[in-house]
Design a protein. Structure first.
Length: 44
């Protein structure tokens, strides 16, 4: 599953549901990718 399912996968009405956590998951994934890139490119 990609970080943020949209368009034909999940209807927009679901966005307001408190159980919909995909925005939070997408944001967390961004931080993980940033940390991994930092670790890969800043080896000392």
């Amino acid at each position: 599953m990609h970080p943020l399912p949209r368009v034909d996968e999940i209807p927009g009405e679901i966005d307001g549901d408190p159980r919909a956590r995909y925005f939070e998951q997408a944001q967390n994934g961004l931080y993980i990718r940033m940390a991994l890139l930092y670790l890969l490119f800043n080896k000392e």
